[in-house]
Design a protein around this ligand. Structure first.
Ligand SMILES: Nc1ncnc2c1ncn2[C@@H]1O[C@H](COP(=O)(O)OP(=O)(O)OP(=O)(O)O)[C@@H](O)[C@H]1O
Ligand SMILES: [Mg+2]
Length: 320
């Protein structure tokens, strides 16, 4: 375990680190971070890795520390204006996924969700998406843990309501309500935007100076293009089903009344209804918008979004 921490070096996720000296923080092998100008070469190296072509040692440096941050997509670290950003590349798929991720994240911000700052970076006719690291403040390191760690340590199932309950325990008393509502917003947004890859490592908590915790800004939000109909974490009484009905079913676990929950649902439906214009305004190509529309505008998701919370309110009345 210590070796894992050691070899991940100073760039690893969160604040834990291992020093090679007892009297100063001297982490293993740090080299300067790549800069924006090296983006083209980074994309080339990624293409080589995907095609199983040999990659020279020097080129590997460009992809640091891709591995220690985890996740499935090719990524690296980059320095922009003295700040650490994560940069995620396309994998040669038809869609310009990184640009779609940027558009999804900025749409989430319009839905009142605190999101990590993103930038779409043009590269080789497509884009990479840069995501500002939330576990660094200038050069300081911020303690971060994923929902996976929090829930697994307690033997709790991986679910949104379960995580919402932990926020009660971990957040500052006067911040609990806001944090729980934030998590609820993310869940509803992920359902409506077909982000079914919202697993427990795609949520994190950050430690504050007073020892309390807050949700990290939201990250890794992008339509999964899956038609799965299920989220990766539990949502409500119908398990992980991707429905708004399911989302409001455990509103109490998020510290919300049914009325508050349905108001938030309406809020998010209204903004998400404009996804197409928002994506086009972000530069997403028409062909990609058309592919996305097959998933976002079909009866299942589009239908739920257009109905908003109306149906939920009347079904609540019926069940009373
Ligand atoms: N802005 C950020 N600041 C700090 N760490 C981050 C940030 N964004 C992501 N990470 C960390 O890097 C990991 C991988 O990032 P991300 O989830 O965006 O990549 P991915 O390859 O799309 O993942 P997945 O396998 O979930 O599809 C995350 O699980 C998280 O631990
Ligand atoms: Mg992820």
């Amino acid at each position: 375990m210590l070796e894992l921490l050691l070899f991940a070096g100073a760039d690893r996720y969160g604040a834990l680190g291992v020093s090679l000296r007892a009297d100063a923080y001297a982490p293993w092998g740090s080299s300067p971070m790549p800069r924006l100008g090296e983006l083209d070469r980074m994309q080339d190296v990624i293409r080589k890795v995907i095609a199983n072509e040999p990659v020279a040692e020097l080129e590997k440096r460009l992809l640091r520390p891709g591995v220690s941050l985890g996740g499935a997509r090719p990524k690296s670290l980059i320095e922009i204006d003295g700040q650490a950003w994560l940069v995620k590349f396309g994998e040669g798929e038809d869609e310009d996924t990184p640009l779609i991720e940027h558009a999804t994240m900025t749409l989430a911000a319009r839905c009142g969700i605190d999101v990590a700052q993103t930038r779409a970076l043009p590269v080789q006719g497509r884009h990479a998406v840069a995501v500002r690291r939330f576990d660094r403040e200038a050069t300081a390191r911020v303690h971060a843990v994923s929902a996976h760690v929090i829930l697994r340590a307690l033997g709790e199932p991986f679910g949104y309501p379960q995580l919402a309950q932990q926020l009660r325990r971990l957040c500052r008393a006067d911040d609990i309500e806001r944090q729980q509502e934030q998590l609820f917003r993310r869940m509803v947004f992920n359902i409506l935007m077909d982000n079914t890859d919202d697993h427990e490592k795609n949520h994190a908590l950050l430690r504050q100076a007073d020892g309390s915790w807050t949700l990290s800004p939201a990250y890794d939000m992008v339509p999964s293009l899956s038609r799965l109909g299920m989220q990766a974490m539990l949502v409500g009484k119908d398990g992980a089903d991707s429905t708004l009905h399911n989302a409001v079913s455990h509103c109490k676990a998020f510290g919300m009344t049914r009325r508050q929950a349905t108001d938030v649902v309406d809020d998010i439906c209204e903004v998400a209804e404009q996804w197409k214009a928002h994506f086009q305004g972000s530069g997403v190509r028409d062909a990609d918008v058309a592919v996305l529309a097959q998933y976002l505008d079909n009866d299942r998701l589009g239908g739920q979004r257009r109905q908003g919370a109306g149906a939920l309110r009347s079904s609540a009345r019926r069940s009373r």
